[in-house]
Design a protein around this ligand. Structure first.
Ligand code: SAM
Length: 221
């Protein structure tokens, strides 16, 4: 698995710069059906919802209307667009600049934790998954819509060949093994759906006591 070629600061700067183009470039995954996948997965969110690395707020319209939503991201410019969208959709949303790898929320604070299309970008994706599990209630759900290494070997090998160049340019590690990361974080997969030769994956995950225990040990050590 390639290492992320950009530092956290570089990733933040690059998203701050690139924020106004994000929704235009999003037309490519939209063409591949990403909106339908977002809608089908995120309508499962309930009650108190935290979305990490929320970007420009493209999932806002898919949450059930009675959810209480909190969005966090490192990029102020991305969140500014999310805030505009929330206003336009007449949603009351709490929006904060925060690192997904070190969440400033107490344990068991949310019923649903969401991440979409960001495990490819995060510098420490396993740490972020453990943090999602920590702030999620034990009977809550973590909903992940990610892109990663294809289940089609030919396509996967092509992704591998281009991965380094792509990561250096965009900070996006497009051949990460998403289920492998979920496993490393010791989270329990409840359901998984794959799309576009397994490049996109909608994964429903349950936080397990084991992942929370590992994180607590890390924090105290
Ligand atoms: C590809 S965008 C995805 C945005 C959104 N989730 C979506 O589905 O359209 C990746 C986002 O991750 C954010 N990000 C990267 N590293 C982060 C971190 N450590 N903590 C919080 N956000 C981060 C970036 O600022 C960017 O908004």
């Amino acid at each position: 698995m390639p290492l992320n070629k950009l530092s956290k600061e570089e990733i933040t700067q690059s998203y701050n710069k690139y924020a106004r183009w994000y929704d235009i470039l999003e037309k490519i995954p939209e063409f591949l059906g990403i909106n339908r996948i977002r809608k089908n997965l995120f309508r499962k969110a309930s009650r108190d919802v935290l979305e990490v690395a929320a970007g420009t707020g493209n999932n806002l319209r898919h949450y059930p209307k009675d959810c209480k939503i909190t969005l966090i991201d490192l990029s102020r410019a991305m969140l500014k667009i999310a805030s505009r969208k929330a206003r336009r959709q007449r949603l009351e949303v709490s929006i904060q600049e925060m690192d997904a790898e070190s969440l400033e929320f107490p344990d068991d604070a949310f019923d649903t934790v969401v991440d979409s299309l960001s495990l490819c970008t995060l510098t420490q994706p396993v740490q972020a998954l453990r943090e999602m599990a920590r702030v999620c209630k034990p009977n809550g759900r973590i909903l992940l819509l990610e892109h990663g290494r294809s289940s089609n070997e030919r396509l996967a090998r092509w992704q591998d060949r281009k991965a380094d160049k792509h990561a250096k340019r965009f900070g996006c590690n497009w051949n990460r093994n998403i289920l492998g990361l979920v496993g490393e974080a010791n989270l329990e997969v409840v359901s998984i759906k794959q799309y576009c030769f397994g490049v996109f994956q909608a994964i429903e995950v349950q936080p397990t006591n084991m992942s929370i225990e590992i994180l607590r040990q890390q924090m105290s050590g």
